[in-house]
Design a protein around this ligand. Sequence first.
Ligand SMILES: [Zn+2]
Length: 88
Amino acid sequence: MSKYRKCALCDFKVTLHRHHIVPLSEGGANCEENAILLCPNHHALATADDKETIQKIRRIKTGKKIGTKKILAMQKVNQIMIEGTSKN
Ligand SMILES: [Zn+2]
């Protein structure tokens, strides 16, 4: 769960949407690494593929400019780690 109960891009905190950084339809995972809380306004921008909004989200999430392929690779590593720990 996110510690920040407000939009990642502004201070709006009344209604929040969970946005998938890499859409599930493009192979994105339904996990925290691929999710970010956004207000309806920023969620609409992200869903509409607004380049500036998407880059901001990716920078917040990863600390740097990062492409879809890199995010997918990070998720893969994370899923392997999750699978590894669940066996214990
Ligand atoms: Zn916002």
